[in-house]
Design a binder for this molecule. Structure first.
Ligand code: ATP
Ligand code: MG
Length: 439
């Protein structure tokens, strides 16, 4: 991508309305623009990252055996009356009337709608287990929208719903989602810690939140230090196996959000405990027959008896994750994208556009990298060198290739690693070799 063709409206100053670093950087790097309180347009840079995060999540869901569907944002109030949540949900739900005076709502979550789809088509245990997921915008009229996309009113969620014949199978499905979450956050370059959680308005008997540690997080959390050291043994999960043991690895160590934390018997029992803050990026619930019973989503079981199906629901906050990744990966100059979700891998910076030699080497390199499908953003604008370098640090691509008159003279070009700040001076061939072996 040529920067002269890319819509990247960066801001020089820190926006006054932003309190936390991810919000500041997302505005400054031209990723989002507020349209109303807690409601944002996604500009190209933001959209690319949102898409990457979404795709990692989607692929892991598919791998785990879930089916992607797409339910609408607007739902009929009728099904919410059936489950009893139309009145319970309160002011967070945006209620709308159509021209015929019918009650609609902008979905804050989809348990009812997916249960309606299920009950229309599935009647027998033979068609189970089943997991349906979708990726769709939600609306919750939050009391205090804040921190940019972290607590918006309109936000993108991946929500999955499992259906099983009995409690034990339903827990198996819960465990599959549990491990899929560990996996997909890892694939985004994040370390998410699962914690016992309250079930809130979704309801149910078993629930975990997935939390990324960050000082700016809204949740206060208590965790066993050892959890920080459990590493990737969960990669390449076989979703066809019983995953209870894998799940136990994470749930046997203490981790709880402040709502669940029991301070009274704590200090002496868990000496490894640390109190810290985090961002909730996912939340899974097992609630059995809570919706299938009132909504009559029944199946015939193995002995031919009609029973309400057992369910769970599983949410990932995709738009919140864009902010969360930045909270976990930045410095005082800007964002430092993990390679897993970076919009491009390389940023070629031409320090003197218009100079024949600089232009020539930059274009040559850009074309060579594009040919080998390396992802590269080429700053071909004719701005000051200082402004270009500051912008490159702000938008935070993993590597910068900096080419100016001095480099041309020596035939050595700067390769800067955004994260470490280390700069190596390489010949053209060494550069090409580096980028090609470092895909
Ligand atoms: P929170 O406790 O942060 O209000 P929640 O428990 O109400 O979230 P869930 O119903 O569990 O949220 O939704 C699943 C996921 O959607 C959450 O884990 C979170 O990542 C994301 N999410 C929820 N509310 C918001 C919001 N207002 N803005 C952005 N993302 C959100
Ligand atoms: Mg939650």
């Amino acid at each position: 991508m040529l920067l002269t063709r890319f819509f990247l409206p960066v801001l020089k100053e820190n926006p006054k309305e932003a309190e936390i670093i991810s919000h500041i950087y997302m505005l400054r790097a031209g990723m989002i623009q507020q349209s109303a309180s807690g409601i944002y347009s996604w500009l190209p840079l933001g959209k690319i990252v949102l898409e990457k995060i979404t795709e990692i999540c989607r692929q892991e869901m598919i791998k785990s055996g879930a089916n992607e569907i797409l339910m609408p944002t607007l739902q009929s109030a009728e099904i919410w009356k059936e489950s009893g949540r139309y009145d319970d949900y309160g002011k967070e739900m945006l209620r709308i009337k159509d021209r015929n005076n019918r009650n609609l709502l902008y979905g804050p979550t989809n348990e009812e709608l997916v249960t309606e789809i299920f009950r229309t088509h599935i009647n027998s245990y033979k068609e189970l287990p089943l997991n349906l997921f979708h990726i769709q915008w939600k609306f919750r009229d939050e009391l205090r929208p804040r921190f940019g996309v972290m607590r918006g009113r309109e936000f993108l969620m991946k929500d999955a719903y499992s259906f099983d014949v009995d409690y034990n199978n339903s827990i198996k499905s819960y465990n599959i989602m549990f491990m899929a979450y560990m996996q997909l956050f890892k694939k985004m370059g994040l370390k998410a810690i699962p914690m016992k959680a309250d079930t809130g308005p979704i309801g149910g008997d078993l629930s975990h939140e997935f939390i990324i540690l960050a000082d700016t997080g809204e949740s206060e959390v208590y965790i066993d230090k050892q959890l920080l050291n459990i590493e990737g043994s969960f990669l390449n999960i076989n979703y066809n196996e019983d995953l209870q043991e894998e799940v136990n690895k994470f749930t046997s160590l203490y981790a709880a959000t402040d709502e669940k934390h029991d301070a009274s018997n704590f200090d002496y029992k868990y000496s490894n405990l640390i109190k810290t803050r985090g961002i909730e990026v996912g939340h899974i619930f097992h609630f059995g027959q809570k919706y299938s019973l009132p909504m009559r989503a029944t199946i015939s079981d193995r002995v031919g008896e009609n029973i309400p199906v057992f369910m769970g629901s599983y949410g990932v906050g995709l738009s919140r994750l864009v902010g969360a990744v930045i909270e976990a990966n930045h410095d005082q100059k800007g964002i430092i994208w993990p390679k897993e979700v970076t919009p491009w891998d390389y940023n070629i910076i031409n320090l003197k556009c218009g100079d024949i030699d600089c232009d020539k080497i930059c274009s040559q390199l850009y074309n060579a990298m594009n040919k080998s499908t390396l992802k590269v953003l080429y700053d071909d604008t004719d701005e000051r060198a200082g402004a270009k370098l500051a912008r490159a640090d702000l938008i935070g691509l993993p590597y910068q290739i900096i080419i100016g008159p001095k480099g041309i003279k020596d035939q050595l070009y700067d390769l800067k690693c955004r994260k470490s700040g280390d700069i190596s001076r390489l010949s053209y061939d060494e550069l090409l070799n580096f980028v090609q072996t470092n895909k």
